[in-house]
Structures are given as C-alpha cells and as structure tokens.
Unconditional design. Structure first.
Length: 231
C-alpha cells in the first residue's frame, strides 16, 4: 500500500494553482489527500468594503471543482467548511486536522506560506499545530509554499522541477473556472513557475517550498529521507 501525503490548504484551487505540478509528480508514488479548510464561498471579485458576502452556492460549486481537480491526481478531499476569509488556527479546527493526520500517518505534509494573506498564514499554523497534536511533527516532512512574490523575505530552500508535468498542472487549474477570472490567468501562473525555474537554475518550470527542519539523513535514530528530493 502506498504511503500517504497530505495537503492542508485554505481554499479550493490552492493545490492546483500553487502545488499542482508537485502533486502530479507525487501521485506516481504516494496516495494523496487534500484537507481544504474552507469552501471558498467568498472567492469572487468584490468592490465593497470589508469581506464580501458569503455565497453558499459559490462554495458548493467550488467544492465540485476541487473534487474534479483532485481526481486528476487521484486524491481524496476533505472539506472542513471554516468561513472563507475568516480562517483562524483555533483549537477545534487544529484537532480536526490532527485526527486526520493521526489516522493517515503521512510521510509528508504540504501547506500554505506563513507570510501570505490571512487565510493562508492561518492555515500554515493549523497544519503545524495539527502535526504537533498528532505527534508526527519531528518525523514527518513539512513543506510550506514559497510564492515567488515573497521570496525576498522568505527565500525558498527547495525547488521542484515540474517541467515534465506542466500540462497536467494546467488540466488541474482549468477545473477551477470560478477563479480563472480571465484568459490570461493561466499565463500569469505559468510565468510564476517560469520565474521559479530560473531561480532554481536549469528548470523551465518549477514550484518552490520551504522546510523548517534541516534535511538530514537521520534524526534521533530515525531515517529521514526527503520526499521532494527523491522526485
């Protein structure tokens, strides 16, 4: 039976847009699981003040898009339905994620970046807390997304060459029609991956991450292979 990998993300489309190439590579060896903290029910353009109104139909539609995208990487999806735009690392949601991690015993957890917008940074904390609560933090790979626009303050320390699976990533992205606001959106994502490829050197397209713990061959007597470095 394949070992498990878990993506803890804020909204539908976070895996596809930011980590879809990595997921396409990982699905060849591992069983993938996505924990989506919210359903993205506020994920549309809004010109008013403060948070836009919740659109429950939007959330339901975006869940279906996420399920379609997840099928392309053979992933299971769990929706926790925390309010979009108001995600916090509160005790109840941390324990919910911890219970899933305790059951799956993943070899790696992927999540958002800690210096991103509020929902994303809160999701990073949820993932980190849940790993501690499930007693897997010190023996499990933990990868945080490092978007190129934040690399000056949070420089990536690991890059994944996604050149060979860029069309698979595109297929995932195009499942999420609610967030493809115009025809140029995919081009913008492709440009981000191209910039990461330049930073990584010798890659046409790349996705980038940060790890909190040094990548070593063993820690406390346990073998510590790096999932990403084995791709």
């Amino acid at each position: 039976m394949a070992e498990n990998i878990v993506f803890v993300v804020s909204h539908p489309d976070d895996v596809a847009f930011s980590m879809g190439g990595t997921a396409a590579l990982l699905k060849r060896t591992y069983k993938l699981h996505v924990i989506c903290i919210s359903s993205g029910e506020r994920g549309y353009k809004w010109d008013g003040v403060g948070l836009p109104p919740q659109d429950l139909q939007m959330g339901a539609d975006r869940e279906k898009e996420e399920e379609a995208s997840a099928r392309l990487i053979d992933a299971d999806v769990t929706f926790l339905r925390e309010p979009d735009g108001e995600i916090f690392a509160h005790k109840a949601v941390c324990y919910k994620v911890a219970e899933i991690l305790k059951t799956l015993k993943p070899v790696a957890v992927f999540t958002m970046g800690p210096y991103e917008k509020n929902d994303h940074s809160a999701t990073t904390q949820i993932a980190r807390q849940a790993m501690h609560l499930s007693d897997i933090f010190w023996e499990t790979d933990f990868y945080m997304l490092a978007p190129y626009s934040h690399s000056n303050i949070y420089a990536p320390n690991i890059y994944v060459d996604i050149t060979e699976v860029i069309e698979e990533k595109k297929e995932q992205v195009f499942c999420h029609q609610h967030h493809l606001h115009d025809a140029s959106y995919w081009d913008d994502l492709l440009q981000e991956n191209k910039i990461m490829g330049v930073l990584a050197v010798h890659c046409t397209y790349a996705e980038a991450y940060n790890t909190e713990l040094p990548m070593v061959t063993s820690r406390w007597g346990r073998k510590m292979p790096s999932v990403l470095m084995n791709l």
